[in-house]
Design a protein around this ligand. Sequence first.
Ligand code: GTP
Ligand code: MG
Length: 414
Amino acid sequence: NGNNLVDAEGVKVRTVKLLASQNVGFESLPVQFVNKATKAGFVFNVLVIGETGIGKSTLINSLFNYDFKLPPGDYQHDSVTLDKHAFQLEEGSVRLHLTIIETKGYGDQLNMTDSCQGIVEYIDKQYEAYFQEESQVVRRLSDYKDTRIHVCLFLLAPTGSNVRALDLECMKLLSNKVNIIPVIARGDSLTKKELDSFKRRIMAEIHQHKISIYSFPEDDGQVADLNRKMNADVPFAVVGSSEVHEVAGHKARARVYPWGIVDIENEAHCDFTRFREALLRVNMDHLMQTTNLRHYEVYRDRRMTELGYGENEPQNFMETITRLRQTNEQKYRQKEEETRTSFVNKVREKEAELKERERELHSQFEHRKAEFSDHVLEINTQQSALQKEVEIFHRVKSELVNSQAGTIKGSKKN
Ligand code: GTP
Ligand code: MG
């Protein structure tokens, strides 16, 4: 009964229904949420693992029905690298930030373990980036561009016999780190009977090696039945094609062979359509959630333990995160204090340096001044000496003139 509602502190909550005729506006709240989410768009990061030329790019193109023009590999890799391409897709009013990461050189090396190690490191690096962001003092998670891998499509070669040791080893390493969906590539190269037994074989080996792969959730009422069927189809046998042909009166992505046509969207031909539906139409959201709530959580727990938030401590996540943030805050303050001190010290040093320089200049100035006044004194002395000489000269001159005049007078007298 709505009238008996109480809040957390026991205060009675009254139910009020506003008059429909006097709309105040907050009924648009869900629309506001949706608009906000839609405007920002969704992030989906796909990792495609498979040997060179197995059909990774073609599968991605077929899935999104778009030619992404992903560059092909060249069999010249010394080690496995990851080739990352980002796109912004729009379907209706929904924007999807899609990142496709393809392996280059996977399976081409003689040293098998190295093949997978780089992939594992890449996945962990993305978790670490998110972890750092989450424990920042000033968090910007709302504009954070999530790079964590949401799904790993693992393309298995259609050998029809055992799963290759490399694939098993690699899946084992990725197990519990990422949502693995194993896929049989080039499904058109096996007969129906071969496919069925190959699928059973793959699942048996996955179980035997205790590899944990992604399973579509069967606990959500709406899609439980559908997902149950999807899980029974794993590993999907897919066929990809970059060509569009006219098949039975409609245009379809298809592979044309001398003996007939494989329409990849025809459910009788392969599992492609069911695979696309399971991946993109029904469970994309669950893949994102699982990445965040399961795989990332495992990574975070590991990091927390490494940082000293051990298992004996209360496993309350908010508490731990708050403490981690406090530690970071402390570090941040300390850093700030250090920066300030070092700045003040620098200023002091500079000040002392300037003072020293001033003193130096001053003493130079005094020295020059003294030199100068010595100089002036000398000039003065020289000047007065010169003046004396001039006076003597004048005196001698006038005496000479006078004596000459006397001589002349005398000589006239004589
Ligand atoms: P790299 O990026 O170079 O490692 O190759 P990739 O794995 O992306 O393979 P890509 O999609 O470029 O396909 C390589 C070749 O395989 C092309 O000629 C495709 O037409 C062909 N191919 C792709 N998918 C299938 C398929 O399902 N069946 C068959 N029979 N051939 C396929
Ligand atoms: Mg490719």
